[in-house]
Design a protein around this ligand. Structure first.
Ligand SMILES: Cc1cc2nc3c(=O)[nH]c(=O)nc-3n(C[C@H](O)[C@H](O)[C@H](O)COP(=O)(O)OP(=O)(O)OC[C@H]3O[C@@H](n4cnc5c(N)ncnc54)[C@H](O)[C@@H]3O)c2cc1C
Length: 425
């Protein structure tokens, strides 16, 4: 059937919709909330949904509910700048992030849903000679671990990415770049929808507008969760609430080493395709800009955290200005391009920049949190590993380093990034 076929026309779709022909199928079914589950997952973000999917698919657990206080994809999973990569320095991180990057490559097939993984490359630019040894060190560590990374000098950068015009005079002259060619972007809301659809098909109940407000405990064993729709019994409970994790700590009487901070992003009006990769640059004493071009032509941009704890999702003008100034410094031709949308999300920042996947206070309560500004890229690995932890009670090797106890023992996985603020997406 050709694309010109009337079957695909807007009128045909509208007619089908009006006629209620069943053309539009819900991606996940709105099942009723039951009063008892084997596993209750709190939070229908990327991590909650992926864990539910793997619990059902890999561990055969049948009675699973994902309880979401708003909508599927309302949180950070639908607010991020979609960047995926595995070029982290520390072994605990780079093996885990690499597991995720490999899974992105097959996720559309696994979920039977196109998540639009685009391995267009992630290019970390160095804007001073001082930065080059740190990039080289990271690249060497990655290659030793069998993960691709390439350090490009200015000549190689010019050949590979002429759009950045590395020899052009600029406030911060480019010195080198570390490239991960398999890094790139994935359409974020498709990830939420794809996992929700696949989990639902395996029998998972995805319940929206259902806020968890408490945990009932008897003899040091969690019995279930209180919600705005009543009490739900649960054999095991997983909290995957990202920016709201601090409140969960308060709920369970465990102070968590997590602060909630704002991170904002923005998109420009669509322009002709000119940027075929993801460019990241930290400007000394100034800010950070990461920029990619969406399939629609808009430039998707972000930078540092706003710099103060907050649960609002508004973002400040001065941070926006930093990001835009950085983008124009990299690409002066963007000077007249308009920003058409800006948004923010609440990030669960740990003090070392690495996540926490562990038990939380009770033997049958688990926590998946601390994703900071970089948890989108880890969703497929986190879902698989966290499901194993919840199903078997034992953390797989890949996530052993992400235990909560590291904050007490001092074995931090300090990888918040480079630059004056710890932001690496
Ligand atoms: C602007 C921005 C840009 C980013 N860019 C990138 C990037 O390019 N690459 C990258 O890897 N990462 C990025 N991130 C980070 C990434 O988006 C997050 O780390 C990740 O999405 C967090 O995990 P999640 O998807 O499970 O969270 P969320 O989608 O936030 O899911 C948590 C869910 O829990 C729900 N919830 C909270 N409390 C309760 C409760 N009591 N009861 C029921 N439900 C509850 C919330 O409503 C929410 O839907 C970015 C984040 C932001 C804000």
């Amino acid at each position: 059937m050709s694309l010109a076929s009337p079957h695909y026309s807007a009128w045909a779709l509208l007619r089908a919709r009006l006629a209620g022909s069943g053309y539009w199928k819900p991606l996940w079914t709105g099942r009723a909330l039951k009063n008892h589950y084997d596993v209750v997952i709190v939070g229908a973000g990327g991590h909650g949904l992926a864990t539910a999917y793997h619990l059902a698919r890999d561990h055969g657990i049948q009675r699973i509910a994902v309880l979401e206080k708003r909508l599927v994809g309302y949180g950070n999973v639908g607010r991020n700048t979609t960047i995926v990569r595995s070029n982290y320095l520390l072994p605990e991180n780079h093996y885990f992030y690499e597991d995720a990057l490999r899974r992105w490559g097959t996720l559309s097939r696994d979920l039977n849903y196109n998540v639009m993984y685009s391995p267009r490359g992630v290019v970390d630019l160095a804007v001073s000679d001082d930065e080059v040894p740190a990039l080289a060190r990271r690249g060497n560590a990655l290659r030793l671990a069998g993960i691709d990374a390439e350090l490009l000098d200015v000549a190689a950068l010019e050949r590979r990415y002429p759009e950045i015009a590395p020899r052009r005079a600029r406030r911060f002259p480019l010195a080198a770049a570390l490239v991960q060619a398999r890094g790139g972007t994935v359409r974020h809301d498709a990830v939420a929808w794809g996992y929700a659809r696949a989990a639902s098909a395996l029998g998972v109940d995805i319940i929206e507008d259902c806020e968890v407000t408490g945990v009932r405990v008897q003899a040091e064993v969690a019995q279930g969760v209180e919600t705005n729709r009543g009490y739900v019994r649960a054999e095991r409970i997983l909290f995957a609430t990202a920016g709201h994790t601090g409140m969960i700590g308060t709920l369970l009487g465990v102070p968590l080493p997590i602060e909630t901070h704002l991170l904002q992003a923005m998109v420009s009006e669509p322009i002709k395709p000119f940027l075929h990769t993801v460019m990241v640059s930290v400007f000394p004493g100034h800010g950070e800009t990461y920029i990619s071009q969406s399939d629609r032509g808009g430039l998707v941009m972000g930078g540092h955290l706003d710099g103060f704890p907050s649960y609002t999702r508004e973002g400040t003008w001065d941070r926006m200005q930093d990001v835009v100034e950085g983008a124009v410094d990299l690409f002066p031709q963007l000077g007249g391009v308009k920003i058409v949308r800006q948004w923010a999300g609440t990030n669960d920042m740990t003090m070392d920049g690495s996540p926490i996947i562990d038990r939380l206070r009770y033997n049958n309560v688990f926590l998946n949190a601390g994703w900071c500004y970089g948890g989108f890229k880890t969703i497929p690995a986190s879902g698989a590993a966290c499901a194993t932890l919840v199903a078997t009670g034992t953390a797989p090797d890949l996530i052993k380093g992400y235990a909560l106890s590291r904050f007490a023992s001092g074995h931090l996985l300090d990888e918040p990034g480079r630059g004056p603020f710890p932001v690496r997406l």
